[in-house]
Every structure is written in C-alpha cells, then in structure tokens.
Design a protein around this ligand. Structure first.
Ligand code: ADP
Ligand code: MG
Length: 380
C-alpha cells in the first residue's frame, strides 16, 4: 500500500507504533489466539507482524512457518474503514476463486476488521486491525527474475483483473478513488509537485513526459477497457516460491499477491504498465521485461491497438509517479530510506533508457516478444 490521501502524494505521518508485546496482546484479546512468537515486518505506512500461534504440536522452531500476518493501519480519514472493508473482501473473494491471496480471520466479535483506539500522547487515534492468513514464499525482489516468471506474473495479473469483473460489494463505488495520486488516470495532477524534484533538468524531463501523457494518453482513456486494478503489483507485493518441473528444473512461481490498499477503478492496460515498471527495476535487461509480461498478460486479455499504443507512455507515467511521490515524501517528511534511494536511482536509470531508445524501438522489442510467444516459439 503506498499512500492513503487521495490528492496528496504523501501519507499523513500516522504510523502506529506498537511493540511486539502490545501486538501480541492485541492478537490474544481481539482474536482469542495464544501467541507463541511475534516478529515485526516492514511496512510503508502501517505496521505488520508475523504471528506464530501456540500449538500442542512439537515442531522444531526453526522449521515453523508463521500462521498469520497482523496488519495495523491508522484510519487517516473517514472513508478508510469502508475502503478497507472492500479491499479485504476482494482478497477473500480472490482466494475463494483460487488466487494466492490471503484470507482474513474473524475476530471474537465476528469482524474481519477491528477498530481500536490508541493514545498517541495528546491525541487518540483510531486504528484498523486485521489478521491475514500467512502466504508462503519470498518477495519477487529477492529472487532472479526470469522470462518464465515475468510471463506468469503478467498472466496472473490479467486473470485477476478479469475475475474482479464478478466481484460484488455494496460499497464498490469506494474504489472510484477520484484524484488518487497512484492511479494512472491522475498523472497530470503530479505537475504541481514537480518542485520536489531536485535537479532542474530532471524536472524538465518529467514535465515533458507529463505534457505528452496529457495529450496522448489521457485523450485515449475513453477507448480503454475499464476494470478494477490491484494498482501496486510491485516486487514486494508479489511472493514467489520454487516449483520443480517434470524435467527436474526448478522455477519460481507466484505464491502470493499482497497489499490491495491501492486498488481502484482503472483500465486493464494500467495493470500491465504498473507491473512492467516495477519489474524493470529488478532486471538486468529492463527493456525486455515488458515483452515477457505483456505476453503473459495477452495470453489471457489481449490488449487492443489503442491500449497497446499507450503502453509506452503509461510505463513512463508510472516512473514519473514513483519519482515525484518519492521525492515529495523525502522533501516533506524527510522519509529517506535506503530502499527509496535505491529505488529512485534505478527508476531514473530505467526511465532514461526508455527515453533514449524511444517509443518505436521499445515497442518493437515488446511486441516482437509477444509475437514469438503467440507463434509458440516460447512454450509456457
Ligand atoms: N499474508 C501475508 N503472507 C506473507 N507475507 C506477508 C503477508 N502480508 C504481508 N506480508 C509481508 O509483509 C510485507 C509488507 O506487507 P504489505 O501487505 O505489502 O504491506 P504494506 O502496505 O506495508 O506494503 C510484504 O512485502 C510481505 O513480505
Ligand atoms: Mg506492500
């Protein structure tokens, strides 16, 4: 999950700060489960913990997988509880449909989301607590990225968006998140935050892309096919685990899709653009990445001509979102983790490479790869 505020590129600094003991007490009091061990996990703007439950089984400690992930987020605005209810049901719905998403545990009071109030010095803040089933695997960021894995990610992304057409919820309209800065519909909104970028020539490059985006992509939105997007398929929100093929070869497959906090109504082509951008950051051959992902995506949902023609600028638009929002949070909140610095460096490098090559050359690499998959030259 990236940021909660809709038209602000940075989250309110409202991260809860529970220690392990407090988190254990919460699991026991809300869910009636006895905690054996609890470990903090990274989180962008909430708190996550791995939870091991006490059992009577005598399994060696170092072989035990966690049972749950405890997630605590601050309700920074009134619409957050509704949004969380919708996205939690999305995760449950997809799990029931066979996707590797987490299910949510019911609390003693039969809720999937529990609201708690915590004192933060002079103010009391409302927090939302969820207990998710643990999904096996490691973040895709930690394993070698292969064409086979990229194809699979593209395929799963398309299957997920397609399945979400059947998703129903009384408050589904909460996913029309107008002016949500992470939705690719609103790239032009970021112009007002260009000042957060340090170098004037960077600012000019990004400003130019946004201008082109406004003229050549925004004008085509009405021709794109709408759907609900996960919206944040990055290398930490996709878990992978090894699988042995009949040939004896070991490959990675998707074992978890996490973090539905940036879900919103968008278009099929947005999902594939976002996935391409994040996986480019992970690859030694970033331009090729798009071809494998697109081949996987189009094995389920072939893009139309007009959607395909916007893909290059959509990927550039996602780089702009990530760079501007990253710079803004550094600027405003001195949020400057090693992760953000590496991510920024990689993003500039990859965006520059896209620009140096130009749309035609990049599209040629992508579309030729898709063609070779369609011709059956690459078996999946
Ligand atoms: N259900 C889960 N099963 C296994 N690991 C999880 C689960 N949920 C979260 N994680 C781990 O915690 C990290 C952060 O969780 P995520 O839901 O992406 O939160 P955030 O909104 O903070 O990004 C993930 O990258 C993953 O490593
Ligand atoms: Mg995440």
């Amino acid at each position: 999950m990236a940021s909660r505020d809709n038209d602000q590129p940075s989250q309110t600094l409202a991260k809860p700060t529970l220690n392990e003991t407090q988190a254990s007490v919460l699991v026991e009091s809300l869910f009636g489960l006895k905690v054996f061990r609890i470990e903090p996990l990274p989180s962008y703007n909430g708190q996550n913990f791995l939870v091991f439950i006490s059992t009577t089984e005598t399994q060696p400690d170092d072989q035990r997988l966690p049972d749950f992930v405890l997630k605590i987020n601050t309700a920074v605005s009134n619409d957050i509880p509704v949004l969380f209810d919708v996205i939690s049901h999305v995760s449950i719905f997809l799990q029931a449909a066979g996707f590797p998403t987490a299910s949510l545990c019911l609390s003693k009071k039969n809720n999937i989301i529990s609201v708690i109030n915590l004192d933060h010095g002079s103010v009391t803040k409302s927090h939302l607590v969820r207990l998710l089933t643990y999904l096996p695997g490691r973040p895709a960021a930690e394993v070698p990225i292969t064409p086979q894995l990229l194809f699979e990610m593209g395929r799963v992304a398309a299957q997920m968006d397609q399945k979400l057409e059947d998703f129903q919820h009384a408050q589904l309209s909460a996913l029309h998140r107008e002016n949500f800065v992470w939705n690719l519909k609103y790239v032009p909104l970021l112009e007002r935050y260009l000042g957060a970028l340090s170098l004037s020539d960077n600012r000019e490059v990004i400003g130019h892309i946004i201008q082109q985006y406004r003229e050549e992509v925004v004008t085509k939105f009405s021709q794109f096919r709408e759907c609900i997007n996960h919206g944040d398929l990055n290398d930490y929100n996709i878990l992978v685990e090894p699988r042995k093929l009949a040939s004896g070869e070991s490959v990675y497959q998707v074992s978890g899709i996490l973090d539905f906090g940036d879900m919103s109504y968008g278009y099929y082509v947005f999902e594939v653009a976002i996935l391409i951008m994040y996986m480019m950051l992970e690859s030694k051959n970033p331009i090729q990445v798009g071809g494998y992902i697109l081949a996987g995506f189009e094995s389920i949902v072939p893009l139309t001509y007009v959607e395909r023609s916007a893909l290059y600028l959509l990927v550039c638009g996602r780089f702009c979102q990530s760079l501007i929002i990253g710079a803004y949070s550094t600027h405003v909140h001195s949020h400057n983790s090693d992760f953000l610095v590496i991510n920024t460096r990689q993003s500039w490098k990859n965006l520059q490479r896209m620009l140096d090559l130009g749309q035609n050359a990049v599209e040629e690499v992508w579309f030729e790869t898709v063609k070779s998959y369609k011709a059956g030259k690459n078996s999946q």
